[in-house]
Design a protein around this ligand. Structure first.
Ligand code: ACM
Length: 545
């Protein structure tokens, strides 16, 4: 398969021309655009520098006649680009950094697979076939969520995932920064959050698991988070930080018990399951959280902040005198109205900073949203369609975008929450199903995959779960869908060599490698997949707050 026929995601229009163009690190570069665009282009050219072991390369070239020009201006669709490769040089046109990043991702895929290694180019650079690409994404939100709370992934892993997402023309990185099992960002105003909330002395695999007795933890300093955000932005990727509220808050309550049920102590949870925990939705707590969100906004300049809103235990709220008093003051009769109120208060704070709130779909059900809130629909498909009547929606349904589920029913797959969710399931996903009325389809901003990390302790395991399913979702979100699975899989087979060169430990199409299997120990798969039951369950809870 030549370069043009193995592009992934497949661009909208590809027009191969005769001839080749030689690319070298010394090509004269012309940039009309921001500093960010210039540094993106320079980084691309730096990847063409000859490496130390360059034997076999072709000798010098005619760099005087081969130019690289990048122009950012009006007239291109958001995230789209035009890439022209001629014998005399390469031209990229786009209307934003994201488009330039996309063009360079496509250009890299046209180069020999060695471009994805860190060893440098041969002395004369590399050649690419001439041609033209005109391209634009079907969806504006093409994301990935890493749960860095259940297991912490170091900054190096997150930065590496920015590179991997950019290579697949994704444009959102959602970090799930807090949960019952850990709080993962520094707070200078409320430092116990990271001092206490960022670690646990032990972890149990599953509710009946044996405590492993090994401390686990970590957090990003505000400077780390600022760095991640800047690095992502320079690749056309927007960081979406999430602080999950007011449920999933055991780590927060371990640090500041007074924010939860009075008199109830709380530890950072050592088990993989949600603890049904929650904080109080009252004004002093909102005020505390404004401090925390303000620090995150100052560090990241994030245009979207995810406030969670899912799986919240409200059972104690009505009996709590402080909450009951606030409910009465607002004329609320049900705790769920307080859930909505709490999230709207924080949403208004974000809006005051020019930031859009994102929530999981429970918050939409409790009415905890503002008109411009983005609903991230994780439960059944029904709730997604209902939300799309009134709100912009990002599709993140458990089936088929929870990539922490098994990838097949092979008994050797490593233990997980369930499954399987196969590559073909992901490929068949329709973010805006044709059966929906047009006005609801048009509210679908896009979608994203998630890896919840309860059962994912390290990067190698993350790679195994994310890839190659992330390749399929990249194609779905860029093209709107995958019509021919065989054709996609043909391109994917070539693309996997790029992932090999990048050192991505994906799951091979035929099944896990020996060291990716569960073996006979604690990671052995516990039983056959029950995805049909899971799908019914997730649809059945779609109406619950
Ligand atoms: C979720 O899975 N609770 C978003």
């Amino acid at each position: 398969m030549n370069g043009w026929s193995s592009l992934l995601p497949r661009p909208v229009t590809v027009e191969p021309h005769p001839g080749i163009c030689r690319l070298t690190a010394e090509m004269p570069l012309t940039v009309e655009g921001s500093q960010e665009v210039a540094s993106l282009a320079r980084r691309f050219l730096a990847g063409l520098r000859p490496g130390p072991s360059t034997a076999g390369g072709e000798p010098g070239n005619t760099t005087e006649t081969t130019r690289f020009s990048v122009r950012v201006g009006e007239g291109m669709p958001t995230g789209g680009y035009a890439l022209r490769i001629a014998e005399r040089g390469v031209t990229v046109e786009a209307s934003d950094v994201e488009g330039v990043s996309g063009a360079l991702a496509t250009l890299r895929q046209l180069l020999p697979v060695q471009i994805w290694r860190s060893a440098g180019a041969p002395p004369g650079g590399w050649t690419v076939p001439c041609g033209r690409v005109a391209d634009a994404p079907a969806y504006g939100w093409r994301g990935a969520m890493l749960d860095v709370a259940r297991h912490f992934f170091p900054k190096s892993t997150v930065l590496r995932y920015v590179d991997l997402l950019a290579a697949h023309r994704y444009n959102r990185l959602h970090l799930h920064l807090s949960d019952d099992q850990g709080w993962r960002v520094e707070s200078r105003i409320h430092p116990r959050l990271h001092e206490v909330g960022a670690w646990r002395p032990s972890t149990r695999l599953g509710p009946d698991g044996v405590p492993d007795g090994t401390p686990h933890g970590g957090y990003y300093t505000l400077e780390d988070l600022a760095e991640i955000s800047a690095y992502a932005r320079s690749h056309g990727i927007v960081l979406v930080p999430e602080i999950d509220l007011p449920g999933h808050t055991s780590a927060l309550r371990a640090a500041y018990p007074e924010l939860g049920r009075p008199g109830e102590e709380q530890a950072v949870l050592d088990t993989v399951w949600a603890g049904g925990s929650s904080i109080s939705p009252t004004e002093p707590v909102v005020s505390f959280l404004r401090d925390v969100l303000g620090e995150i906004l100052d560090a990241t300049g994030a245009p979207y902040v995810h406030l969670g809103g899912d799986e919240c235990d409200m059972s104690w709220w009505a009996e709590d005198p402080a909450i009951a008093a606030e409910m009465a003051a607002h004329g609320y009769t049900e705790p769920r109205q307080m859930h909505g109120h709490f999230l709207r208060e924080l949403g208004r704070f974000l809006a005051g900073r020019g930031v859009r709130m994102v929530v999981w779909d429970e918050a939409f059900v409790t009415g905890g949203v503002l008109p411009d809130t983005i609903v991230m629909a994780w439960r059944g498909h029904e709730v997604a369609e209902r939300a799309a009547r009134t709100h912009d929606v990002v599709r993140a349904p458990l089936f088929p975008t929870y990539f922490n589920f098994d990838q097949s029913d092979l008994p050797e797959e490593r233990r997980s929450e369930g499954g399987p969710i196969t590559l073909a399931d992901v490929a068949a996903f329709a973010p805006a199903p044709p059966g929906w009325p047009d006005e609801r389809r048009s509210r679908v901003l896009g979608g994203q995959w998630q890896v919840w990390s309860e059962w994912v302790p390290h990067q190698r395991h993350l790679d195994y779960l994310a890839f190659p399913r992330a390749c399929a979702l990249a194609e779905v979100l860029w093209r709107g869908g995958i019509d021919h699975l065989d054709e996609f899989e043909g391109r994917l087979r070539t693309h996997l060599a790029r992932l090999d060169a990048l050192g991505v430990e994906y799951r091979p199409l035929g099944g896990p490698r020996p060291w990716q299997t569960g073996g006979t120990g604690v990671w052995r798969r516990s039983g056959p997949g029950r995805i049909e039951e899971t799908k019914k369950w997730v649809e059945s809870i779609s109406r619950e707050p």
